[in-house]
Design a protein around this ligand. Structure first.
Ligand code: GAL
Length: 686
């Protein structure tokens, strides 16, 4: 496995910096910029996102453009050796646009056009808005496309939201015409004769009708598509005007409303914003696991290419329900975890706290006090020094043998459907995805996160929790994966609907999965919170798992149709029915797990699979809870991150291998002590 070239050209380091908004300061406090340059050096910060919310400075009145201030800023940053992600400012429009062109303001579900307020308040369809954005983007590209400080285009900011104006509804209807061609096809795909909701004319389609779950799914797809189309138009305008630098947009973890797999295809570099809440108790282990999963997804989006943590908070964001300060060690663990999972940039929101506005109390590198003498500043400066030492890791990637599937279409379809499950306290789809991921992460087994259309070659194991919706071709791809020697884990609620959210006929899991799994899932039982079922392993099964395990809330009554039964239900009217099966096909096999299980089961199941498939781990020993290992490699060396997310120290047995600590340079072997909330980064030859 070789190294990726630097993310930002001629910049072979781990980038460090953040959102920088001198436009808020320059009129009244011009001296702040000079002071910032001094502080940036002290903090070891080298990369800044600028101009994200600067439209009213570029164009205070329609057609009255001002770029000289940005030129001056870029020149100064460049002279100081800093590099820049220059933003397109479409995320927040000046008031004159809303006033002159009310169609640019969003219309909410009740049909009311919003007044000018906040940000991310524009219609993605409005031709006027698209034109205004394209005009400005073109001018920005002309002005700064060849500026030596500009290494990256930061496209807009955290795209999100939907609009119900007539233009958006019309665009939805056009999108549907492209997809279904005839109303007959549409009515069938949506099962629209239900409650007499059949569509007689395209203009009758109103996405707010929640009784048609197929339409709800298509509306989600359309909103994601339209947002992506808007982003593509933004990038096209930059390219038309000659800008060559790569582009990125800041994602929001596994944000519910946008299919980030499609966004990943369009941008050159993946970036994410992460604002985890830490409590210094056992809840942190779950938080760290969720972050690990999301980070793995961002690394996987471009086949292991490093990504940027482009926004994070060095302290407490003001908008968390409880704005608890990050305790010593917490901030550092959070940042190093991102690097462990493939990030080549650590950037903050925000560089400096503003004096007013909604974010004046949001954590920042530079406090209102203004000096380098704050706890937070000193921590960031320490990180700056660490990142210099970690420069050899830039471009390195992680080899994973296990992939977990995460599809937005599946998520949207499940959420659009009324039943079969409702677990108000849980995210219906992401909770099982996170749980499956967590069980591998806890055992130090590297995982990629893929979608059902990704390339499966090279993986030993694919885990597809609740693969409720099947996109066309997915079953064939899974079958090929299994026949060529792969192992697949499917769970209850798989293969229930096709891509239109229509249930399969002829038994679940449908679409060909029934034959592949050798299982028919006849019924799904959704239990009350206080009800418990149990599954037990037969003593003579061919798998290294035994004993009895409690289920949680969801059990399927399934029949083995050729699959080996590894475990059965113990109680109720389905006592004796299969609970876990394995079906061998070609050179591989597929497991079907018919119940929602707890973490204890998933851990044991993962360990048994691990043994069965001889998956690689960094250390061949049981890891203490809360200790996490990840490695990145350049093909010659391995860089190993050992992280303790516990509030108590732990010891790790390194077995027979030895390494060098990247920070202290000392040799490490035998037993390694990891104090609370500490990370050691070790290097060893491969
Ligand atoms: C992000 C946003 C930033 C800033 C930050 C505060 O969602 O992109 O502009 O508002 O949140 O945490």
């Amino acid at each position: 496995m070789k190294k990726f070239p630097p993310l930002l050209s001629d910049f072979p380091v781990i980038a460090h910096g953040g959102d920088y908004n001198p436009d808020q300061w320059m009129h009244r406090y011009p001296e702040v910029l000079t002071e910032d340059l001094r502080l940036m050096d002290l903090a070891g910060c080298n990369t800044f996102s600028v101009g994200i919310f600067a439209w009213s400075h570029y164009e205070p009145k329609e057609g009255d453009y001002h770029f000289e201030w940005m030129k001056d800023l870029l020149d100064k940053l460049h002279a100081a050796g800093k590099v820049v992600a220059l933003a397109t400012p479409s995320g927040s429009k000046p008031a004159w646009i809303s006033k002159a062109y009310p169609e640019t303001c969003r219309v909410n579900e009740q049909g009311l056009r919003e007044h000018h307020h906040k940000r991310h308040n524009h219609c993605f369809t409005s031709p006027v808005y698209r034109k205004k954005v394209a005009d400005l983007n073109r001018r920005l590209a002309e002005a700064f496309g060849d500026h030596p400080a500009v290494k990256l285009w930061h496209i807009s900011n955290e795209y999100s939201g939907e609009c119900h104006c007539p233009l958006c509804h019309q665009a939805f209807q056009d999108w549907l015409k492209d997809r279904y061609h005839t109303l007959d096809e549409l009515n069938h795909a949506w099962w629209a004769h239900f409650w007499s909701h059949s569509i007689g004319d395209w203009s009758e389609i109103d996405p707010r009708d929640s009784s048609i779950d197929g339409m709800r799914l298509d509306w989600k797809r359309f909103v994601s598509h339209q947002t992506l189309d808007f982003m593509k138009a933004e990038i096209a305008a930059l390219r038309e005007a000659g800008a060559q630098q790569p582009s990125t947009t800041n994602m929001m973890g596994a944000f519910r409303d946008l299919d980030y797999w499609r966004f990943a295809e369009v941008v050159d570099i993946i970036s994410d914003d992460a604002y985890p809440q830490w409590r210094n108790n056992e809840k942190d282990l779950e938080m760290a696991a969720v972050l690990a999963c999301v980070h793995d997804m961002h690394r996987s989006m471009k086949q292991g290419k490093p990504w940027m943590l482009i926004e994070s908070c060095p302290d407490a964001p003001q908008w968390h329900a409880t704005s608890r300060l990050k305790r010593p060690g917490v901030y550092r663990s959070e940042m190093l975890q991102a690097i462990a999972h493939g990030a080549d940039a650590i950037m903050y929101f925000q560089w400096r706290k503003g004096l007013g506005g909604m974010e004046k109390f949001h954590g920042a590198v530079v406090d209102h006090e203004g000096s380098e003498n704050t706890r937070v500043f000193q921590q960031v400066a320490h990180m700056g020094r660490t990142l210099e030492q970690l420069a050899p890791i830039a471009g390195c990637t992680t080899h994973a043998e296990v992939a977990i599937l995460m599809d937005w279409d599946v998520r949207w379809a499940l959420e659009a459907s009324v039943g079969p499950l409702k677990i108000p306290s849980e995210d219906l789809y992401m909770t099982p995805v996170f749980q499956a991921h967590r069980s591998y992460w806890k055992q130090g087994i590297a995982t990629d996160i893929l979608e059902s259309l990704s390339d499966f070659s090279g993986y030993k194991l694919i885990v597809a929790p609740q693969l409720y919706l099947l996109k066309p071709g997915v079953v064939d791809r899974l079958q090929q994966f299994i026949e060529e020697g792969g192992t697949l884990i499917l769970t209850y609620l798989s293969g229930v609907v096709n891509e239109s959210n229509l249930c399969f006929r002829n038994g679940f899991p449908g679409g060909g999965l029934r034959e592949l799994c050798g299982v028919w899932a006849e019924e799904i039982d959704y239990l009350y919170e206080d009800e418990v079922q149990e599954i037990s392993f037969s003593t003579d099964n061919s798998f290294a798992l035994s004993g009895s395990w409690q289920t949680q809330r969801t059990c399927e009554r399934i029949h083995a149709e050729g699959a080996e039964v590894l475990a059965t239900f113990d109680h109720d009217f389905y006592a004796g029915n299969p609970a876990l099966t394995r079906n061998r096909r070609g050179n591989g096999s597929v497991f079907y797990l018919a119940a929602k299980m707890g973490d204890d089961f998933w851990q044991a199941f993962t360990a048994a699979i691990h043994q069965d498939l001889k998956l690689s781990t960094i250390l061949n020993t049981d890891l203490p809870d809360g200790v996490h290992l990840r490695s990145r490699t350049d093909g010659e060396r391995e860089f190993i991150f050992m992280q303790n997310f516990n509030s108590a120290p732990v010891k790790l047995d390194l077995g027979n291998w030895s390494a060098t600590c990247m920070e202290s340079g000392e040799a490490v072997a035998g037993t390694l002590s990891l104090p609370a909330w500490q990370t050691r980064i070790l290097e060893r030859p491969l």
